[in-house]
Design a binder for this molecule. Structure first.
Ligand SMILES: [Zn+2]
Length: 159
């Protein structure tokens, strides 16, 4: 028997179509990207989270000469948020990534490892985290939950 999994996502053609808070998050991710430490890949990524208490937390990728010791923007940001606001729900995650000197790009989704890490917090808070991945030009893809980007996900319910 063959089955199919469908995911839903929304395409927001331009950041100017975003509401006030979402535009602020896009800009925060965009600005965070400009402070990335990505000397080796040259691929700069910024991330911004909106917490339930209204706090906006930002981060970017941090690389290392010993490659695996670095970390993606999404995990840098979400780990910092969890470390400092351990019981505050995460409502939205914005990510913007592109080569350092690029002026335009396409929306870049979170990597597999980041999807798994985001899922951990979504499972913990029992509420979806909206994921927005954006281009430098302001085109944005949105899902209502990280589960849309991670079918057949593994979480604590299996343990
Ligand atoms: Zn990642």
């Amino acid at each position: 028997m063959e089955k199919e999994i469908n995911i839903k996502f929304e395409i927001i053609a331009n950041k100017n179509q975003l509401g006030e808070i979402d535009k602020k998050l896009y800009e925060a991710a965009f600005e965070a990207r400009q402070k990335a430490y990505a000397e080796y890949s040259g691929f700069w990524v910024g991330c911004a989270l909106l917490l339930e208490n209204g706090e906006i937390v930002t981060g970017n990728n941090q690389e290392n000469a010993a490659y695996p010791s670095g970390l993606c923007a999404e995990r840098t940001t979400i780990f910092w948020a969890s470390a400092n606001f351990p019981n505050v729900k995460i409502k939205k995650l914005f990510v913007v990534g592109a080569p350092k000197n690029a002026v335009e790009s396409t929306p870049i989704p979170p990597c597999g490892a980041c999807r798994q890490s985001i899922l951990e917090y979504e499972t913990k808070q029992k509420e979806g985290i909206e994921i927005y991945f954006a281009s430098l030009n302001g085109e944005i893809y949105k899902t209502k939950s990280i589960r849309d980007l991670l079918p057949f996900s593994f979480d604590s319910s299996f343990l």
